[in-house]
Write a protein that binds this ligand. Structure first.
Ligand code: NDP
Length: 317
């Protein structure tokens, strides 16, 4: 005889700020949430150092420590947190099937997707070596540490353009490395970059290596891909802004996404076209991508899940 499958009211996939916030709200609403953490428990913030822009930490906090606080708060209200990864989902029926670690199926009345996104990196060994020590994929998070200093940013999309202008307000000089002879970013964003006096754009330019003294970044070796000429650009910060990849592949047969993989939710809502499936955080947000905005949408997802379940109970009663 086959064993009966576990059936939960609310299953949360992912353990970043969006997932933990959803868990806090769902647990306090007595939805008895089960969270499947994903392989990187705590999400992207566990790979950063100081977080100074999350409200409630006046002295700043280390990213991993903040995520521990999130976890403890979610646990305090009874969230059942399980380390593992969701390998597949089946949203074909009224009750959703979530397959964990390839072999365990959990049935869920509501699913909150908070699987986040992964920043793309260039893949250079020196980039990895100085990650958190001058190398960053988030100007809004880390720009402050480079106040009045010289920095380099790589990328030519809207994110790079926005981050370059953000950095230009804080830093002495921003050198922008654009790999082709033109931007990908929208005209308005490019114009803003072009109008900013302390941004220098190097076209046809790629990063060969990030140079450092063992403790931090000191310069960036740049190669012109037309002339092959190499130049060392002095800088203490190196920002990578070449795009993000949302961790949403397992949902592609069920949920509408844009061409990059960001899940499309209904306006002013975390609801999707599948009843009872809600998406929050970076899996659906390509514009703000901040811990605090992810937490905000995590709260929305839990409230919407709660209302969905309450309405369903009313109908069934
Ligand atoms: P994009 O994919 O739009 O752009 C990535 C950029 O990085 C491209 O210019 C690309 O160059 C460059 N790039 C990629 N790989 C490398 C590499 N190995 N070396 C050097 N350069 C590289 O990503 P974004 O994050 O900029 O934007 C994602 C989406 O979010 C877009 O749709 C954008 O419009 C949107 N967005 C909107 C904002 C807003 O409205 N305020 C703000 C931020 C993002 P190339 O052009 O040569 O391919």
């Amino acid at each position: 005889m086959s064993e009966e499958l576990e059936h939960v009211k609310c299953l949360i996939i992912g353990s970043g700020p969006a997932g933990y916030t959803a868990a806090i709200y769902a647990a306090r609403a007595d939805l008895k949430p089960v969270m499947i953490t994903g392989m990187q428990m705590g999400g992207q913030l566990t790979q950063t150092t100081d977080v100074e822009n999350f409200p409630g930490y006046p002295g700043g906090v280390m990213g991993p420590e903040m995520m521990e606080d999130f976890r403890k708060q979610a646990e305090r209200f009874g969230t059942d947190i399980r380390f593992g990864y969701v390998s597949n989902v089946d949203f074909s029926g009224p009750v959703h099937k979530v397959i964990v670690d390839e072999n365990t199926t959990i049935l869920a009345d509501t699913v909150i997707v908070s699987t986040g996104a992964t920043a793309k990196w260039l893949g250079l060994p020196s980039e990895e070596k100085y990650n958190g020590f001058g190398v960053s994929a988030c100007a809004v998070c880390d720009g402050f540490f480079f106040k009045n200093q010289d920095v380099v940013i790589v990328g030519a999309g809207d994110t790079a353009a926005e981050e370059a202008t953000y950095l230009a307000k804080l830093c002495n000089k921003v050198t922008m490395l654009v790999r082709r002879d033109e931007f990908r970013a929208s005209k308005a964003m490019v114009n803003r970059v072009l109008k900013t006096k302390n941004i220098e754009i190097l076209y046809n330019s790629e990063t060969k290596e990030i140079l450092g003294d063992g403790k931090g970044v000191t310069a960036v070796k740049v190669v012109n891909n037309v002339t092959r000429e190499e130049t060392d650009v002095p800088a203490t910060g190196f920002f990578v802004a070449i795009g993000h990849k949302p961790n949403t592949d397992i949902f592609k047969d069920w949920l509408t996404m844009d061409d990059v993989g960001y899940i499309i939710t209904q306006p002013d809502s975390t609801a999707t076209e599948i009843e009872g499936v809600f998406v929050c955080g970076d899996a659906q947000d390509k514009i703000y991508r901040q811990a605090v905005t992810a937490a905000g949408t995590g709260c929305m997802a839990a409230l919407e899940a709660e209302r969905y379940l309450a309405a369903k109970e009313d109908v069934e009663a």
